[in-house]
Design a protein around this ligand. Structure first.
Ligand code: SAH
Length: 230
């Protein structure tokens, strides 16, 4: 069983979008993962195909109706569906590499993309939606956020990145930011590749990279060092 992503959205035509390019796109074509984007409006019941209504208690904007959204979720993912149900939401748990890795090893995800002011709280509660945020800023809708989540997850699915399947050195994988990378030419605008990297001494190279990772993380993201697993 390969990873199966189901998206509930008012803009299904946005998918797969960037997820269809490069190695992720090849993985999609090769069946390493699959994607289905479902139009929320298909579950509206009136002739105007209404999906939203004004916020109870007043205020600006519109809220996605719980009955319509619940019907969409129940159709895409009946109660027996083992995939986690996720709502992209600025109020959610911040997305981490660790959560992306967990999802990549699972059966897939059902992802609800909010729009307008968000969704009625009762559908979040009753369908046990896991709210995930991609950062402390507000987007216009959940579609780009869902793509960010899926891109982080899908590149971790075994086989998607081909030979480069070891992610151990990457930023966040070990609680650290990655060391600086270099490639040819040897000299660029008067700057040489650090000699140690061309020395052929793999022990020294590994130590240099570890030091660089530590220093970079201490300067830029001291918060990561505090939470580093031992
Ligand atoms: N009124 C809401 C914001 C709604 S933005 C609030 O203040 O919390 C509209 C939709 O965009 C949201 O329902 C969500 O699906 C998506 N969205 C916006 N910012 C996001 C973020 N940082 N992470 C994930 N999804 C986000």
């Amino acid at each position: 069983m390969s990873f199966s992503a189901s998206i509930i959205t008012l803009f299904p035509e946005l998918f797969p979008g960037p997820l269809g390019a490069s190695v992720l796109g090849r993985g999609l074509a090769d069946g390493l993962w699959s994607l289905e984007a479902t139009h929320l409006r298909d579950f509206a019941t009136d002739r105007h195909r209404t999906v939203d209504d004004t916020p109870s208690g007043g205020g600006a904007g519109m809220v996605l109706k719980p009955d319509i959204l619940a019907r969409a979720i129940d159709t895409v993912a009946p109660a027996s569906d083992p995939r986690p149900r996720i709502l992209m939401s600025p109020r959610g748990t911040p997305l981490t590499q660790a959560r992306a890795r967990e999802l990549a090893l699972g059966p897939g995800a059902v992802i609800v993309c909010g729009r307008f002011e968000g969704v009625d709280q009762r559908v979040i509660d009753n369908r046990q939606l896991e709210e995930i945020s991609i950062g402390d800023y507000v987007l216009a809708g959940g579609e780009v956020a869902a793509m960010v989540l899926l891109e982080a997850v899908i590149r971790l699915i075994p086989g998607v990145l081909g030979g480069a399947d070891s992610h151990a050195d990457e930023s966040f994988e070990n609680g650290l930011l990655e060391y600086p990378q270099y490639t040819r030419p040897q000299s660029f605008e008067g700057m040489d590749i650090p000699a140690i990297l061309t020395s052929g001494d793999h022990g020294k190279i590994a130590r240099w990279r570890a030091e660089q990772s530590q220093a970079l993380t201490a300067t830029r993201r001291p918060d990561l060092l505090k939470t580093t697993k031992s």
